[in-house]
Design a protein around this ligand. Structure first.
Ligand SMILES: Nc1nc2c(ncn2[C@@H]2O[C@H](COP(=O)(O)OP(=O)(O)O)[C@@H](O)[C@H]2O)c(=O)[nH]1
Ligand SMILES: [Mg+2]
Length: 440
């Protein structure tokens, strides 16, 4: 059964990992049983356009007067006007400093935690106010963190491999294994699969057989494996700090824009708290907020029932609006998760009991949403949702039958040949599936 995706937050001490984790965890929505699992693990919320937003009133699959957004009731997370927050597991991987692969800091313990992650978010202190060990300073160049952190991961994997390289080679020859088989035996501990290893080797197009690989070749293999196994989003955090701009400019020159997200985790934590306390209206990740004064100005004499802020708080909120929300288009933390989900190719699937009403037999529509990796089949999703129960058939919107081995993705046959309802989203696509249990 496919595991739920897990996103690891990495970065040197004091870069803002815990703050980022907290900012993503405390959604104002119904949190259900999931909040914090332990100090290192938590459930964050990935924002996606919800399936319900595709069914306004009097639309092809919703002839009623009521848009489905009005009936959408997620079991976990939330759906606000078609903007859905789907739970996703996060891991705060603390204790990484230069030299970790040799046991510095929390060293190998840190690296062992990393094995379970499917994608990484590298939280970088872009203010330059902490050195490589996380101690307070001024004018540190944060682009160095991006380099050394990656190199720690590569050297850790390479170190583990080289330690046993002699015996790995001997066994490889003795059992006449393929390079993929031999490497997969070594990399399975990182949660790798043969497909991942095969993709790495395909990319490298190596000519020599494994037993003749030089140290340099092995390093290339490990680098390729690191790219495949740990796709990484770089969160340039603390953009609210005055020193951040010049560092952002420098990093932007040497990294593809798609790998970078600008964040102010502390601002998101602050805004969510104020919203919870009833001082402002703010939806996680938005680029604006509303105060009591704003709403009065808009003609609501009650100010939306929001509380009055004192002058000090008002000034803080105004500054945050100017320095973060307007300037950068938001605090960026929600985008961090979306970007990681994109790298992983996560596809949101909405399993429903009834493919015409989209209900689950309890009056709620689109109650469930599961995230699966790109390449998962209808059968994979079924087993994830229903376990071992025998499958009779699967329908999608309009009662259209789909096959168990159909890939839940815009596939090689093009969209029109796929009989799923395809929702174009920030992620790749979303599907609505209705499973029928029983023998076919
Ligand atoms: N200015 C600013 N400070 C931040 C931000 N995020 C975190 N911090 C501060 O940086 C320090 C370290 O944060 P923390 O989350 O504990 O870092 P960790 O060691 O990586 O978990 C704390 O004092 C935070 O308040 C941010 O977005 N802006
Ligand atoms: Mg921490």
């Amino acid at each position: 059964m496919p595991r739920d995706p897990l996103i690891g937050l990495v970065g040197k001490p004091s870069s803002g990992k815990s703050t980022t984790l907290n900012s993503l965890t405390d959604a104002s929505s119904k949190v259900g049983i999931f909040t914090t699992i332990d100090p290192q693990r938590a459930i964050g919320y990935l924002q996606i356009p919800c399936a319900c937003s595709r069914f306004p009133a009097h639309s092809p699959h919703n002839p009623s007067d009521i848009p489905l957004t009005a009936k959408c009731k997620p079991n976990y997370g939330s759906c606000i006007d078609g903007k859905r927050s789907v739970p996703i597991e996060l891991l705060d991987v603390a204790g990484l400093v230069p030299g970790a692969h040799e046991g510095k800091g929390l060293g190998n313990r840190f690296l062992d935690d990393l094995r379970h992650a499917d994608a990484l978010v590298h939280v970088v202190d872009v203010s330059g106010c902490t050195d490589a060990e996380g101690k307070a300073t001024r004018g540190y160049d944060p682009s160095e963190d991006i380099v050394w952190l990656r190199s720690e991961i590569v050297r850790w994997i390479q170190g583990n491999l080289m330690e046993k390289w002699g015996s790995i080679k001997r066994r490889h020859l003795a059992v006449k294994a393929t390079a993929v088989e031999t490497l997969q035996t070594q990399f399975s501990g990182y949660g790798s699969t043969s497909a991942v290893v095969a993709r790495c080797l395909d990319k490298l197009q190596l000519k020599e057989p494994l037993q003749d690989w030089s140290d340099e070749t092995i390093e290339r293999v490990v680098n390729a494996f690191t790219d495949e196994k740990f796709p990484t989003v770089i969160a340039l955090n603390k953009i609210d700090h005055p020193d951040a701009d010049k560092n952002i400019a420098k990093i932007a020159k040497s990294h593809p824009p798609s790998s970078l997200v600008l964040t102010s985790a502390i601002s998101e934590v602050f805004l969510r708290r104020l919203a919870k306390q009833g001082y402002i209206r703010y939806v996680e990740g938005d680029d604006y907020l509303l105060t009591r004064d704003d709403l009065i100005e808009e003609g609501d004499p009650d100010g939306g029932g929001l509380k009055e802020m004192d002058e000090k708080l008002k000034t803080r909120v105004e500054n945050l609006k100017d320095l973060v929300l307007y300037r950068f288009g938001g605090t960026g933390v929600v985008q961090v998760l979306s970007r990681a989900a994109e790298l992983l190719g996560l596809v949101p699937v909405f399993p429903v009991k009834n493919a015409s009403s989209f209900g689950s037999g309890d009056g709620k529509v689109f109650r469930d949403c599961v995230l699966v990796r790109r390449g998962a089949t209808v059968g994979d999703v079924y087993r994830k949702v229903m376990g071992d129960a025998p499958l009779a058939y699967v329908d999608t919107v309009g009662g259209v039958r789909v096959a168990e081995d159909d890939v839940v993705e815009v596939g090689k046959n093009d969209v029109s040949c796929l009989i799923f309802l395809v929702l174009r989203t920030l992620l790749t696509v979303a599907y609505i599936l209705s499973f029928k249990v029983g023998r076919a």
